[in-house]
Design a protein around this ligand. Structure first.
Ligand SMILES: [Zn+2]
Length: 437
């Protein structure tokens, strides 16, 4: 299949064209030059072919010719920020074909909405048309693109640099990088391509592992996880629930926890009773216990999920924030697991510092979790009625111990579910687990 070709045009020539009257360090030409390069990188990572109109920020080129340079491309995008006399005006507007050629309003509308959400503009994004007196496109770039038959041509105004908030926002290189990823995602979705680059694992999205796989894989590496307030099975379930609440992959977070806690062996700065499963606030050089503590396992899982969401996107939290370090994160700087280590992140930001290979090692654990085989039924050899009255976490516990080879006679133990256990029996089980640890 031929690649979708996109032509990108950075709005104006030079590094100091169209200064913001309210944020004096902002120049439209410089910001849009930077944005179009980032967008090129993001689009190419998703499998698009990208050409740009001008070779350097100072290269002069007539606007009509820039549009015409998109000949043979599927899409032409000219990138701008807008200006007007009213400071409070703050919304993105995407100019599209005046006659709705090739359904141009659809892509334009998606881009406008997404840019508005990404930039957090005061008013919602919208599309617009503008004709000249001859009834053709008003903007020369769009006239040129139309003349050479480019099916989709859009002029994208990234809100108004006459608005202080918007201009300030656009001054941040990290914001522009996030904006580029968001726009690339919209285009990928529109053209039916995957919105995640090849070789990258999105932090947001639908889980692929089950709680059982997550727990069993953990127990296969450490038969006695040091979780003072819940079972490993319960905690795995909490990760899935908390992840679903925020749109974060709970299985990704779990893989991160296994790495951070050494399969819940601990032994570093964080203590097991802190319910802190990913070293939140445990900075290099801290003494033991000098890290965030959470009142219970669910809050600990929630904080980690929220912290991941802070890195993965700019969307607001669904639940009240329990992550003490949430405000310190540069929102959206690491949408992929592979970018969680600062050394591996194009923005140089990340959960782990320097963190080279940090994300990669989490992905490896995730793959092993997904490869974890689970018994067809949690406890195939048990009498169902013997256990029917007992909570799932107890029954799952027996199944997990059986699967881990700690318990050899599940029927015997199933019949004793409501009974006390002797010291001898307890030591027998613990001794087996210690032998495997
Ligand atoms: Zn402009």
């Amino acid at each position: 299949m031929n690649k979708i070709r996109i032509c990108l045009d950075a709005g104006h020539v030079g590094s100091r064209y169209n200064q913001s009257p309210v944020v004096k360090t902002y120049y439209e030409s410089a910001a849009m030059w930077s944005l179009h390069l980032k967008l090129k990188t993001a689009l190419e990572a998703l499998g698009f072919e990208v050409v740009t109109t001008r070779a350097s920020i100072d290269t002069k080129m007539d606007v009509y010719d820039r549009g015409a340079a998109s000949k043979g491309c599927d899409v032409f995008l000219s990138l701008h920020s807008n200006a007007c006399g009213t400071e409070s005006v703050d919304y993105p507007v995407v100019y599209r074909a005046y006659d709705g050629l090739n359904g141009s309003d659809v892509l334009a509308g998606k881009l406008a909405a997404r840019i508005g959400a990404e930039m957090g503009t005061a008013q919602a994004g919208r599309t617009a048309i503008r004709k000249n007196s001859a009834g053709n496109e008003y903007y020369g770039v769009l006239r040129g693109a139309r003349a050479v038959g480019t099916p989709q041509y859009l002029l994208v105004e990234h809100s108004f640099h006459t608005n202080a908030r918007a201009a300030q926002w656009l001054l941040s290189d990290i914001h522009l990088a996030g904006l580029a990823l968001a726009e690339a995602e919209v285009l990928a979705e529109h053209y039916g391509l995957s919105a995640v680059p090849e070789g990258k694992t999105a932090i947001l999205g639908t889980v692929q592992a089950t709680a059982q796989q997550m727990a069993l894989f953990c127990r296969s590496r450490n038969a006695a996880p040091r979780l003072p307030a819940c079972s490993v099975e319960e905690l795995a379930q909490m990760f899935l629930e908390e992840g679903a609440a925020e749109g974060v992959r709970g299985d990704v977070a779990w893989a991160q926890s296994l790495k951070e806690t050494g399969f819940f062996r601990y032994g570093g700065i964080v203590l097991p009773e802190q319910n802190n499963y990913a070293g939140i606030g445990a900075l290099n050089g801290n003494a033991q216990g000098q890290a965030a503590s959470f009142p219970d396992p669910r809050t600990g899982a929630r904080a980690q999920i929220q912290h991941l969401k802070a890195y993965a996107c700019t969307e607001r939290l669904a639940n009240a924030c329990v992550d003490p370090r949430f405000p310190l994160v540069t929102r959206g700087c690491a949408p992929y697991v592979e970018w969680l280590g600062a050394a591996d992140n194009p923005q140089g930001k990340g959960w782990a510092f320097p963190g080279q290979g940090y994300g990669e090692s989490i992905v490896k654990l995730l793959e092993q979790i997904l490869a974890q085989e689970t018994p067809q039924s949690p406890a195939p050899s048990l009498e169902p009625e013997a256990l029917a009255g007992f909570p799932a976490w107890q029954r799952d516990g027996l199944a997990a111990l059986q699967a881990a080879g700690v318990i050899d006679s599940p029927d015997y133990w199933a019949a004793k579910f409501s009974e006390g256990v002797t010291v001898g029996e307890l030591f027998g089980i613990l001794g087996k687990m210690a032998g495997r640890a």
